[in-house]
Structures are given as C-alpha cells and as structure tokens.
Design a binder for this molecule. Structure first.
Ligand code: IPM
Ligand code: MN
Length: 370
C-alpha cells in the first residue's frame, strides 16, 4: 500500500488528476498494490477565499509523503506569478526536488511535426536542474533615486543614453542566475547514472560562450563528472544550437542535461516534437525526499470543467511516479495502455478523437488491466 498526496489545483487540474488516479489504481489492481490518496486543497480557489498560497502546515503535511501527484495551477483571477511561484516553484525548492525529469518520447501512433521521424528517432530524456540558475529569485527593480543603484547601472545610463540615473524617471531591473558546484554536480551525476541505463550518451546544454561565469562552472563540473564515467559518450551543445538539433536530428540525443531556465525552454520544444503538450509529463525528483509528478502543461482555465482536457500527460506522469516509488512494471504498462488508446483512437478532440477526459481515463484504466 502506497500513500500518495494529490493536488488537483486549478483549471483542468482536478479533472486530469481524477483520471490519473483512476489509472494508477487500475495499475495497482493489476500489479498487486494499493494506493491511499490524501487530497490537498491548494490553488487559486483557496487563495482567493483565504489568502493562503501555501501554508507551513501544507508543507509539513506534504513532507510525510514520498510522492505528490500534481495537476496544474494558474487562474485568470490571480496575477500571473503568485501561484506559479508561490505553489509550484515553492514546492520544487522546499522539497529540494533538484531533478526535473522530462522524457521526450514519441509514442507509437502519435504524429510529430518533424517530417520523416518515427518513435525510433524521438526517444530521449531531458534532465533539467530544478533549483538554481535564473530561478533563484535574486534580483531587484528600482528607480534612479533609490540608492541601491550600482555603479554599473549608473554607467549604463549615463554612457549609453546620456541620461541622469539619479532621476526618478529612470528605472532599472536586474535578476541573476546562480550555479553552485554541488548543485550542478548532483544534476549532472544523475544524468550520467541515467545514461548508464540507456544508450550511454549525455549532452550538456549551456551558453558558456556568453554567460561564461555561471555556465563556465557548469562545464567544469560536467567535465569532472564525465571523467568518472569513462563508458559514457559526452558532448557540449550551446542552447541555441540544441534547439536546431532537436528539430533536425532528435535521434542523436539520449540524456540531455541542462541548467534550469534553458531546460524550461527546450522542454516545451521537446513537447511539440513528441506530439504536443497533451503528451508531455514531468517528474520533480528528490531521490531521497518528497518528489512531485505533473503534466508539464498548465491549467488551461478556459477548458475547465468541460471534460475536453487531454489526460495523457497526467496519466503518463502517474506512470513515472509509479516507476519512482518502485513499481516500474506498472509504470511501463500504463505507457503501453496510453499507446493502445492512441492506436484505437480513444483520444480527446485535440488528438483528433471524440472522447471526453473521463472516457479516455476509463479506457486507459481498463487497458492497463489486460
Ligand atoms: C514548467 C513551467 C514552470 C517553470 C512555471 C509555471 C513556473 O513553465 O514547469 O515548465 O517555469 O518551471
Ligand atoms: Mn515551462
């Protein structure tokens, strides 16, 4: 019996999590385990009525679980950033979920916009470092008269624009990225261990030619870790180039390890090449703590409650969660059941089908038992 926390969240989040739970339970029936869910009421609705984004109590209760099954957050009535930073990013940071694991895999029967590419060509994993880089939240925004103004900004204003930086009308913002040796090491090491179980290649993504401090350190750490894994092939790609190669030669990639922000960007590209956001799952992993599994798409508020949301990304995230907690066969069976649904056109409208969210969930749940 596994105890798992669940957070439906906002928009389509609760509907897709309902289907994901249904499928995880069906996999439990087939593979001989049970799941006891504990649902947490966290999201826009509670924030709007109580003002609470995430409470200390939420955090201490969630800490009792090895896994959280997470739907989506984001609501038109709340200023962008409050829930995203206050819930999703806070959970990732609080539980030190330093790996954001995002498989880019074209399932059988799914069409990709990449001409001539098949499931054999599109099967890699992005390991996105999940706690550092430009996500650390260090920065500021201020006007000229505030004495926080640094000399470097004063110079930018006066030299470049001929303006007086001390004037209130002038405004500057900055935000910095941070890479630590240990933060980079643990994400990079995770990707080498993962590659050892796959096709034994790791690609590092950075922009060390311009952001040479932060990604210079990243590269040094990568080189050091690589020397401990002589059997693994390695390469460096700049982030701009990697977007080109994802499209042109996705078959080159096995494990791609990347700092946080580039990982955010390239996994939306990855989602499209594997058939769209409806098919893109992710795991926020702390190998020795509380991990969290989610579809990488958002809450799509305009489809809320309509029964049209595609539940596959969430169901697949449930499969990753089962693999993580020690039920890899059940996880693999779920992914095969998704492929069965696709083969039999038991899909939602976005994939050219006519089924509702819950009908797709029912189909996958019954396919997983067979
Ligand atoms: C993602 C999302 C989040 C991120 C946002 C919602 C904070 O885009 O999971 O990729 O930037 O990580
Ligand atoms: Mn993103």
């Amino acid at each position: 019996m596994y105890r798992i926390a669940s957070i439906g969240g906002d928009g389509i989040g609760p509907e897709i999590i309902t289907e994901g739970k249904k499928v995880v339970e069906a996999a439990g029936d087939a593979y001989g385990f049970g799941v006891a869910w504990e649902d947490f009421d966290i999201g826009a609705e509670r924030y709007l009525s109580t003002g609470d984004v995430l409470t200390e109590e939420d955090l201490s209760e969630l800490a009792k679980f090895r896994a959280i099954y997470f739907g989506a957050i984001g609501d038109d009535r709340v200023k962008p950033g409050i829930l995203e930073k206050g819930i999703l990013l806070r959970l990732r940071f609080h539980f030190d979920q330093y790996i954001n694991l995002r498989p880019i895999r074209l399932l059988h029967g799914v069409s990709t916009p990449l001409a001539g590419k098949s499931p054999d060509d599109i099967d890699f994993v992005v390991v996105r470092e999940n706690t550092e880089d430009f996500y650390v939240g260090i920065g500021s925004r201020f006007t000229g008269h505030e004495k926080k103004t640094l000399d470097v900004f004063r110079e930018m204003y006066q030299v470049r624009f001929g303006l007086d930086v001390e004037s209130d009308a002038e405004e500057i913002a900055y935000q910095i990225g941070v890479i630590t040796r240990e933060g980079a090491r643990r994400a990079i090491k995770y990707s080498f261990d993962l590659a050892g179980k796959r096709r034994k290649k790791v690609t590092s993504v950075d922009k060390a030619n311009v952001l040479s401090e932060v990604y210079g350190l990243w590269r040094d750490v990568f080189t050091g870790v690589a020397s401990e894994y002589p059997g693994i092939q390695t390469e460096f790609n700049f982030v701009d180039a990697v977007t080109m190669w994802f499209v042109k030669n996705p078959e080159w990639f096995d494990v791609v390890v990347t700092p946080n922000m580039f990982g955010d960007i390239i996994t939306d590209l990855g989602a499209m090449i594997q058939g769209g956001m409806g098919l893109a799952p992710g795991g926020n992993i702390n190998p020795s703590g509380t991990s969290m599994f989610e579809p990488i798409h958002g809450s799509a508020p305009k489809y809320k409650g309509m029964g049209v949301a595609n539940p596959f990304a969430t169901i697949w995230a449930g499969a990753m969660m089962l693999e993580h907690i020690g039920e890899p066969a059940a996880g693999a069976a779920i992914v095969s059941a998704i492929e069965r649904a696709i083969a039999e056109k038991k899909v939602t409208r976005d994939m050219g089908g006519s089924l509702s969210t819950s009908e797709v969930g029912d189909f996958v749940a019954s396919a997983v038992k067979k």
